[in-house]
Design a protein around this ligand. Structure first.
Ligand SMILES: *[C@@H]1O[C@H](CO)[C@@H](O)[C@H](O)[C@H]1NC(C)=O
Ligand SMILES: *[C@@H]1O[C@H](CO)[C@@H](O)[C@H](O)[C@H]1NC(C)=O
Length: 440
């Protein structure tokens, strides 16, 4: 509120609707008035058009251009969105106008802390002071905006079943960023991870990031990029029933940080009925639909103009698409989502009535032949540590799987959606990561 008012005074924009800050309690999100918050979100950033060297990626921060934010925010409000996810920001830029614009439209933001050249690499993971400091700069740049709802320490760092050795580095990044937040006396903005939906690692990754019994070591939320539900589908056959099984009474909030399969199309967004319906609403906190801007992967809900010839270059043209301008709804997907969200008012619980007594604790999974490589509760890497090929058990290791099936793969009913997310959103980022792996 403080900053919104300040920026509105400085910029002369109309009076702002201050948004209540949101915090996590148990496995739910609540605003400062005690109302439960569910995400009806939109992914708001373009993927890099092609793999480019790590040090040369264009930082395309969508929270800098105030006019563009204003055009997009107003149409998102019409759509019924209440939050956006932004994957990469440049902490040296001024975000105040965009943040105020989104706040005015009733829209929260989830920000990834890794900048384009600091995210954790999967095959040869490390976590060092440079990464720590760059993540911290992003937090410093955004912490004072009341409409920041969460920070991610990574997006799909583990993109393949054989990369789970990166998990302790993800957990370390989250632990260190939470410690930094608390040391600075910052508002307790939830900090978590956005995972690729990899059948062989489910539910071990989500359990691992919340196991061990020390809340300071654990993520504040777990989010999943899942493209399992392709319309027309149903709760039982889509794979969601299986995801729900793993999310039952999860210890921290869990939500979809990307969703919205687009094959065969048109997208009906019927998965929203399930996410906000009786089977899942008590356990999930909503979803972020992939994505706002139409580009090569055809997930866009809006477009800034028709596709152009590959030879055409110019300001805001990249990868054959115009990347700024007046947003025009992509039909019928935009309208399908708008009508869908308009019908949905999730059953919520007030903070005053919420007793998180049914929450589970998760045991640290033991390693499995099918791919989970981290055996039990291992000592978290320290700043400066690079993966050495093994992990040592944490002093308080608990390798006993008292939860029975919690440590075994649950993918039998819904085999191998491993590549769905790669075919979808992450083609760009995964390609970039693979490229780096070779390039470095
Ligand atoms: C962290 O790792 C990166 C990549 O190897 C390197 O460029 C940077 O200098 C390292 N930072 C520190 C403090 O060692
Ligand atoms: C991991 O899996 C991918 C895809 O199956 C494969 O190409 C790669 O070689 C594997 N990496 C290792 C280190 O086994």
């Amino acid at each position: 509120m403080k900053l919104s008012l300040l920026s509105s005074a400085v910029l002369g924009v109309a009076a702002v609707n201050a948004l209540e800050v949101i915090e996590a309690k148990g496995n739910k999100f609540f605003d400062a008035k005690g109302n439960q918050f569910f995400m009806k979100g939109i992914a708001y950033q373009l993927t890099p058009a092609s793999p480019v060297p790590r040090s040369h990626i264009r930082v395309d921060d969508p929270l800098v251009d105030a006019e563009q934010c204003s055009r997009d925010a107003s149409l998102m409000k019409t759509l019924g969105a209440n939050c956006i996810r932004v994957y990469h920001v440049d902490p040296s830029k001024d975000h105040s106008k965009c943040m105020a614009t989104f706040a005015d439209a009733g829209i929260y933001t989830l920000i990834d802390l890794d900048t384009f050249d600091t995210y954790i690499l999967p095959n040869d993971p490390w976590w060092n002071q440079t990464q720590h400091d760059r993540y911290a700069e992003v937090m410093d740049a955004f912490i004072d905006y009341d409409n920041v709802l969460g920070f991610f320490v990574g997006n799909e760092i583990i993109a393949m079943a054989n990369q789970s050795q990166a998990a302790p580095f993800i957990k370390t990044a989250s632990r260190d960023m939470k410690a930094y937040r608390d040391k600075k006396g910052y508002r307790k903005v939830p900090i978590g991870y956005s995972a690729a939906d990899i059948a062989e690692l489910r539910p071990m990754l989500q359990d691992y990031l919340t196991c061990g019994g020390n809340p300071a070591d654990n993520v504040d939320f777990f989010a999943l990029n899942s493209y399992e539900w392709c319309d027309p589908s149903k709760y039982e056959t889509s794979g969601y029933a299986n995801l729900q099984k793993g999310a039952e009474n999860f210890p921290v909030p869990i939500f979809f940080s990307e969703t919205g399969c687009n094959v065969p199309g048109p997208r009906l967004f019927d998965d929203q009925d399930a996410i906000f319906g009786p089977e899942m609403v008590d356990h999930w906190s909503g979803s972020i639909v992939y994505e706002w801007i139409e580009e090569a992967n055809h997930y866009g809900l809006i477009s800034y103009g028709p596709k152009v010839e590959p030879t055409v270059t110019g300001k805001n043209i990249e990868g054959e698409f115009t990347r700024a301008g007046t947003p025009t709804p992509v039909s019928p997907d935009f309208y399908n989502l708008k009508s869908k969200w308009a019908t949905i008012t999730p059953k919520s619980v007030a903070l005053a009535d919420y007793k998180p007594t049914a929450l589970s604790t998760r045991d640290c999974p033991t390693s499995t032949a099918s791919g989970w490589l981290v055996n039990g509760n291992v000592a978290l890497p320290t700043v400066g540590e690079t993966y050495s090929g093994t992990f040592t058990p944490a002093p308080t290791a608990s390798n006993t799987d008292t939860a029975g099936n919690a440590a075994s793969p649950s993918s039998t009913n819904n085999p191998a959606p491993v590549n769905k997310e790669i075919a979808g959103m992450s083609a760009g980022l995964v390609g970039v990561m693979l490229f780096f792996t070779f390039w470095l």
